[in-house]
Write a new protein. Structure first.
Length: 308
């Protein structure tokens, strides 16, 4: 089966009406991506091109760009989030529990939800043994936190045809790789249902700053524009907004104030439910279960595959 055929098309206007906790309009979840970049490898992303166009290992300046985030940027973001009591989904390479225990322990003590994000940063389709890497990531997080992770975001949102099946086999219920809608969607696997949690490649500091090279204030502008529209639409049906951040991007001195301003803007609206990945997934499944008996055949119908 073609991978996309497993995710039937659903028009947003045909989705059942869902109610967020407390009658809120918009659920917002913040994803703090914490990664391990190995200095002996080519860097997953770069900010400085190599002199004379000649790549060199070790890539000290680009490794250091990321490492600054782990040593300094993370703690600015951590303070911004915890001071405001914002629930956080920590998407972490599982080996961070061993390589950056100070970071992992602070997140654990703060009650962040640990979301699987691979074992060490790198695309899923380049792994020698994807099944083993997923299993090790889940087991490492479970051992460190005392409970297995329920949610997952693949590095770079990368997947192969078997990723969803392997994730569900290892107990993952919710996945953030599929940026296809403002509401979750269920995907069948041989091991049970896995549910997408709305994520974003555009309200993501990597895209805004590292890829599109926009000025520091544009993160605030884009995210508030996104928020305003989803908040408006949430008056008709629930909406989900993701804010994805990385310590080496919005944790730096010249950008942190824009993240702080965004958080203040979000929490300044009464109709917002601040949630984590698994809270959104649990809410969605509960709402779908409650609404199942009320849905008409037309509302339940979806068109798959070639009719996309």
């Amino acid at each position: 089966m073609v991978l996309t055929d497993r995710i039937p098309y659903q028009a947003q206007v045909d989705r059942p009406k869902l109610r967020l906790p407390g009658g809120k309009k918009l659920a917002v979840w913040v994803i703090l991506n914490v990664e391990e970049w190995r200095i002996e490898n080519a860097m997953p992303r770069t900010v400085l091109s190599p002199p004379m166009g000649q790549p060199l290992l070790p890539d000290v300046p680009n490794w250091s760009w990321h490492e600054y985030g782990m040593r300094a940027g993370f703690w600015r973001q951590f303070k911004a989030l915890t001071d405001r009591k914002v629930p956080v989904t920590l998407a972490l390479n599982a080996n961070v529990c061993s390589s950056y225990p100070r970071v992992a322990s602070a997140a654990l003590d703060a009650g962040f939800e640990f979301m699987g994000h691979g074992f060490i940063q790198g695309p899923m389709h380049r792994l020698d043994n994807q099944a083993d890497a997923i299993k090790r990531a889940v087991e490492t997080i479970a051992k460190y936190t005392g409970k297995s992770p329920r949610s997952w975001e693949s590095p770079g949102l990368t997947e192969t045809d078997e990723t969803l099946d392997l994730l569900r086999l290892n107990g993952i219920e919710y996945v953030a790789d599929w940026v296809i809608d403002d509401l979750p969607q269920d995907i069948l696997t041989p091991h049970g249902t896995i549910t997408t949690i709305p994520y974003s490649v555009e309200t993501n500091d990597i895209v805004i700053h590292a890829l599109q090279h926009l000025p520091s204030e544009q993160f605030l502008k884009r995210c508030t524009d996104q928020f305003d529209r989803l908040y408006l639409e949430g008056g008709t049906n629930a909406r989900i907004m993701a804010i994805s951040i990385h310590p080496y991007i919005t944790g730096v001195p010249h950008r942190i104030k824009y993240l702080e301003a965004l958080l203040d803007y979000v929490i300044g609206h009464d109709g917002v439910a601040l949630m984590t990945a698994s809270q959104i997934g649990d809410w969605y499944r509960s709402e779908m279960s409650k609404s199942q008996s009320d849905r008409t055949p037309d509302a339940q119908s979806v068109t798959a595959g070639p009719s996309r």
